[in-house]
Every structure is written in C-alpha cells, then in structure tokens.
Design a protein around this ligand. Structure first.
Ligand SMILES: Cc1cc2nc3c(=O)[nH]c(=O)nc-3n(C[C@H](O)[C@H](O)[C@H](O)COP(=O)(O)OP(=O)(O)OC[C@H]3O[C@@H](n4cnc5c(N)ncnc54)[C@H](O)[C@@H]3O)c2cc1C
Length: 329
C-alpha cells in the first residue's frame, strides 16, 4: 500500500484524498487552517462553467465528466456522512451571450441544448450544490474511509533528496510519504515552483434571506449570477479582483450585487442581506487547470488552478490525479 500526502483540504484536496483512499492508498491530508474554509467554501456551487465556451477543452471535459457523477456522489456522501450536500438541478437561465457564434458552436460540438425562456435560454442540465455542506460531508466521509486529517498545519517547504520529494516541513514537524499530491489552491504558487504560476483572484458574494420560490433557477446575466438554495436563501455573485491575498470587503460591491439581484427580481428588494464574504479563486497565468505529475519530481502530483470551476471540476480532477498516482506505482 502506498502512502500519499495531500496538501490542502479544499474541494480539490478532499476529493483527491477520497479517490486515493478508495483506490487503496494510505492517505494523510494536511491543511494550513481548517479544511474547506477557503475558496471552496466561498464559492457559489454551480456545477457548470458560467459561459462554458470561454474555456478550453480540458475544462469542458472535466466539467462534463463531473456533471455525470455529481448527483450520485452527493447521494453517497449523504449516506456516508449524514450531511446533505443539497444537489439540486434547478437549471441555469442565461440571459446573455447564448446566441453568439461561439456559444452556438460550443452547443453543437457538445450536443447541449436549451429550452427557450421568456428571458433567455434555460439550460436545464445545470445543477448546484450547497458547497459548505458538500465540504463538511466530504470531510466526514474521508475520515470514514481512513484518511488522516491534520489541520492548522501549513506545509512550509518540500523536503527534497536526490530529485525526489520525501515530504514536507511543517510547524508541527515533518511529514513523509511515497507520493505528494499538492492541492493548495490559490496558495500553490507559494508552495511550489510551478512554471505556470498560480495566484488569487478575489471574488465577493452576498447571501440574501429570501423565501422558497422567489427565484426558481440559477440566473446568469453579464457575468453576474443568482443561485437559489433549497431553503429559499439566495447567493449573489460575484467580483473578479486581482488584488493578491486581500480579504477586505467593500460596501459598494455589496450594494451593487444587491441591486443586480433586486432589479432582476423585485421581490428580493425586501430581502435582508445576511452575509457578505470573499474568497480566492486559484487562477493560473495560462488560464488552464494544472493537473498532472510535476516536471521535476516523479512522485509530486499537482491538482490546482481550477479558477472559477473547482467545485464543478473536482470529481473528475480527483479521478485523474488518482489514476496518475496509481500509474506511477
Ligand atoms: C466568489 C466565488 C464564487 C465561486 N463560484 C464557483 C461556482 O459556482 N462553481 C465552481 O465550480 N467554482 C466556483 N468558484 C471557484 C471554486 O471555489 C474554486 O475553483 C475551488 O474552490 C478551488 O478549490 P481548491 O481546493 O483548489 O482551493 P481552496 O478551496 O482554496 O483550498 C485550498 C486549501 O489549501 C490549503 N493550503 C494552502 N496552502 C497550504 C499549505 N502550504 N499547507 C497546507 N495547506 C495549504 C488552504 O488552507 C485551503 O484549505 C468560486 C470561487 C469564488 C471565490
């Protein structure tokens, strides 16, 4: 049985740890704070790229592969953990862009169609999950599967010997493993020397306390979106800010997200803003997901750079990285 050390307990690390454990590896996962409290928690949970034709083939392939398994995965997680990730196929109503040549050729290529809607195109196949619940469920599930989780333990440096990564130095001592799987999200560029650098793109989001039925579908217009949760709450997002690791929130953004939502759905103008937060999407310079074996070290695997689509691509990314780790053995 091989030992695997997963660095980072966001959705990518948790799902990678899960698949590695299922494949028979002895897995330890370390996180610099608590698992599932960074970008994966901050995200919206839409299980599709917003405008899929803006992305490359790998992103689309990983998205479709993940979409095919998400509902079953959420059922399994619910049974294993008792926590419901609230997968719901509410459909995505796109109000702009769907008539462009790019969009139409993407739909033809991937055989995706939409229903005509008075306000745009309704992509009925699109679902969402309540990502904080998904993360809680994943954490319980992987513990049930034998994964050791060590939190509040930042990996400071890789321990290298003879062109092999032996493990990592942390404030709580050194961790050693046969294989290292780095899933450090927006912090990946700090930990690893990756050619295609990874950096944070901040996104701010608000949560409205609305009523069930106020908004039926996920709605997307001019890059902003509204996501209905099962209990009636509504998420409204989001910004794209290249400001480094600055978590600060601003009132102008909060108000502008609120106005966007209440102009589309006047019923929301009386909804209370319950929460306002930010998170750091892991962006790569090339705009591509970084998923594979490191160029330098045979036993270092990297799963990051998922940018706006990590929740969406996580199951297929975890599957691929597990296959690569196992091919090596
Ligand atoms: C506002 C917003 C909305 C979004 N909406 C969506 C959406 O609707 N759908 C979608 O698919 N995606 C969405 N995303 C993107 C998605 O959230 C990310 O792509 C995804 O969460 C990335 O997952 P991750 O595990 O790589 O990163 P993270 O969740 O950030 O996890 C990385 C983990 O690594 C840990 N870590 C970092 N460095 C170290 C270290 N040195 N040692 C130990 N631990 C370390 C961190 O503490 C963290 O827990 C959104 C993001 C934001 C911010």
């Amino acid at each position: 049985m091989s030992d695997c050390l997963v660095i980072g307990g966001g959705v990518i690390g948790l799902m990678s740890a899960r698949m590695l454990a299922i494949s028979g590896a002895k897995v330890t996962l370390i996180d610099q704070r608590e698992c599932g409290k960074e970008s994966s928690w901050a995200g919206g949970g839409i299980i599709s790229p917003l405008y899929p034709w803006h992305y490359d083939d790998l992103t689309n392939d990983l998205s479709f592969e993940s979409q095919a398994v998400y509902e079953g995965l959420c059922d399994d997680l619910y049974h294993s953990s008792g926590i419901d990730p609230q997968y719901q196929k509410s459909g995505l109503l796109m109000m702009d862009e769907f008539e462009t040549v790019e969009a139409q050729s993407w739909m033809k290529r991937y055989q995706v169609s939409y229903e005509d809607h008075v306000n745009g195109a309704l992509f009925t196949h699109v679902a969402s999950v309540r990502n904080p619940k998904l993360l809680q469920a994943l954490k319980v599930d992987i513990i049930n599967k034998g994964v050791t989780i060590v939190e509040n333990t930042p990996a400071d440096k890789l321990i290298i010997n003879n062109n092999k990564v032996l493990g990592v130095n942390t404030t709580k001592g050194d961790f050693f493993a046969d294989n290292i799987v780095a899933c450090a999200g927006a912090w990946s560029g700090k930990l690893l020397d990756i050619k295609d650098d990874v950096f944070p793109i901040k996104g701010q989001m608000i949560l409205l306390k609305a009523q069930i039925g106020d908004v039926e579908h996920i709605v997307l217009d001019q890059g902003r979106y509204i996501i209905p949760r099962a209990d009636g709450r509504i998420l409204v997002g989001s910004t794209m800010e290249n400001v480094g690791f600055d978590r600060s929130l601003d009132e102008t953004t909060k108000l502008s997200l609120y106005e966007f939502a209440s102009e589309l759905f006047p019923v929301l103008s009386s909804a209370e803003i319950e929460h306002h937060w930010s998170g750091f999407r892991p962006a790569s310079r090339s705009g591509k997901v970084i998923l594979g074996k490191s160029e330098k070290y045979d036993n270092l695997f990297i799963n990051t750079g998922h940018f706006r689509n990590g929740l969406n691509m996580a199951p297929a990314s975890a599957d691929k990285i597990t296959q690569l780790v196992n091919e090596k053995i």
